[in-house]
Design a binder for this molecule. Structure first.
Ligand SMILES: C[S@@+](CC[C@H](N)C(=O)[O-])C[C@H]1O[C@@H](n2cnc3c(N)ncnc32)[C@H](O)[C@@H]1O
Ligand SMILES: Nc1nc2[nH]cc(C(=O)O)c2c(=O)[nH]1
Ligand code: SF4
Ligand SMILES: [Mg+2]
Length: 207
């Protein structure tokens, strides 16, 4: 039976939640509680959490329960990820987190309308389902995954659509990182408005 998900955002398909260190991008190194919501139809062939795609596999969980858990850890930031978290209305969840003085960070492809109140928006655009043009100006961080050489030119196209103070990152696709990391290093040295982002949690063997 398909999930009946209320539009008020009080119930969300929760795949997993874990307290760890943000491994990627601008907030790398900071303690954060991760909330991974199930459901994604973007279809990245190299996605590292394909188990998240089918929302039906993940139990509908009350946002109050998620917030209480997040509040029980010393870290004062949450990363809401997925799956594609913006499939859901995140207004309620983020408001309740903020009431507890928890910073709200999101990892999104931008393929769905922006909801929620955010302290940090990491936009990672995908070729397989483009971000909505109305979301790109709100990104604090643009994180482009580099799977092949053509992705540098593609990254520049998205850099045109973000705000002037948006941070720009190039992150090697994990299975291609041996080949792509040296290209990213050269690219960043030649184009220093970009920075390299590594999936440091995978090197540290933490979630
Ligand atoms: C699993 S996604 C979930 C959030 C959202 N669907 C998105 O793609 O931004 C979290 C982050 O991991 C990145 N990612 C996913 N698979 C990856 C891979 N194989 N190598 C490097 N980064 C990857 C995504 O681009 C995104 O920045
Ligand atoms: N440590 C850690 N950092 C992350 N940054 C983004 C992640 C994600 O899957 O969204 C992730 C993750 O899964 N683990
Ligand atoms: S958008 Fe994110 S969760 Fe969805 S397939 Fe791509 S990387 Fe995976
Ligand atoms: Mg991950």
């Amino acid at each position: 039976m398909a999930h009946q998900i209320p539009e008020d955002g009080t119930l969300l398909p929760l795949m997993e939640e874990f307290y760890t260190i943000q491994g990627e991008g601008f907030n790398t190194g900071k303690a954060a509680y991760f909330i991974r919501l199930g459901g994604c139809d973007v279809g990245c062939h190299w996605c590292d959490v394909k188990e998240s795609w089918d929302a039906e596999l993940h139990p509908l969980t009350h946002a109050d329960e998620i917030v209480a858990k997040a509040d029980s850890f010393p870290g004062r930031a949450v990363v809401i990820t997925g799956g594609e978290p913006l499939i859901y209305n995140l207004d309620y969840l983020t408001k309740e987190l903020r009431k507890k003085n928890i910073l709200t960070f999101i990892e999104t492809s931008g393929a769905y309308p922006l909801s929620g109140e955010w302290d940090w928006i990491c936009l990672s655009p995908k070729k397989f389902k483009s971000p909505r043009p109305d979301i790109t100006p709100f990104a604090n961080e643009l994180k482009v995954i580099v799977f092949n050489k053509s992705d540098f030119e593609w990254a520049e196209k998205y850099a045109e659509t973000v705000s002037e103070n948006c941070k720009l990152y190039l992150q090697p696709e994990w299975s291609k990182s041996k080949e792509m990391t040296p290209l990213i290093i050269d690219y960043v040295m030649a184009n220093p408005r970009w920075e390299i982002s590594l999936q440091t949690h995978k090197y540290l063997n933490i979630p």
